[in-house]
Design a protein around this ligand. Structure first.
Ligand SMILES: [Fe+2]
Length: 255
């Protein structure tokens, strides 16, 4: 189901929410030196090997299903920004994560305890004029798959004009499992670590205990602007995960 017109948080609500946070970036370069480039982290082995029937930005409901996925409902928003804080529009943001039973939709990412067939597991969104994106999903939970335990995280990838520009993951700020997470611990610089930790906070006014989370993606250099308003490609290729047990040490491409 398309999230855009769904209640309780309308697209308008999301955009308005973003506008406040975007104000500081309307002057190009104003806060450039304060932006920390988003560090790259491994794609891991569970980028979908078969896309779900529905790939929109509402991961809670597949197509027009009646039953939603189980989990703590989270409105995830953010912006894709160039090195100087300028918005990167027409970029595909993809996310994928485990469901409420700690399973991916990937055929080798199923937990023996089963999976939530109502969870879409993957979604994509094309950034708007301010580089903004939005998803409705669930708060991630820890998982252990193929012998590897992970702190809760959401995988995220950005592509533009058919090329994958950045692959990373973000974790829950303050989660006790972060300290022993092998992927997170690849990051040594406190600024890098901080850049992939996201606050999951109560959504203001929500009667249902929903959460909001915001994750801005900042490139260490600005993707080539070939923006004539036309898309010359779609989603960039997966990096082919599958190499290693989920934390293959790939050199950062952007920094
Ligand atoms: Fe993962």
């Amino acid at each position: 189901m398309q999230l855009l017109n769904s209640r309780p948080l309308s697209r308008r609500g999301i955009i308005q929410g973003l506008t406040l946070g975007t104000a500081a970036f309307t002057t190009p370069g104003l806060f450039a030196e304060q932006l920390t480039a988003t560090p790259r982290l491994t794609e891991g082995p569970y980028y979908p090997d078969k896309m779900p029937l529905d790939t929109d930005n509402d991961l809670l409901v597949i197509n027009d299903a009646i039953t939603p996925a189980v989990g703590e409902i989270t409105y995830l928003t953010g912006r894709v920004l160039g090195a100087g804080g300028e918005p990167v529009r027409n970029a595909f943001v993809e996310i994928w994560q485990v469901d409420g039973r700690a399973s991916y939709i990937h055929s080798r990412g199923r937990n023996p305890n089963g999976y939530d067939s109502n969870f879409q597991g993957y979604g994509r969104f094309l950034t708007g004029g301010k580089g903004e994106y939005s998803f409705r999903t669930i708060k991630p939970i820890p998982y252990s798959l193929q012998g590897m335990a992970r702190a809760p995280h959401i995988h995220i990838a950005v592509s533009k004009n058919g090329h994958r520009l950045l692959t990373t993951q973000f974790l829950i700020k303050g989660h006790e499992a972060n300290a022993r997470d092998n992927v997170f611990n690849q990051l040594r610089d406190p600024r890098d670590r901080d850049a992939v930790l996201v606050d999951f906070q109560p959504l203001p006014g929500s009667k249902f205990g929903e959460l909001s989370a915001n994750f801005d993606i900042v490139f260490s250099r600005t993707p080539q602007e070939a923006d004539d308003g036309k898309l010359t490609g779609g989603i960039g290729k997966s990096e082919g995960g599958g190499r290693g047990p989920g934390f293959g040490h790939q050199p950062p491409r952007w920094r």
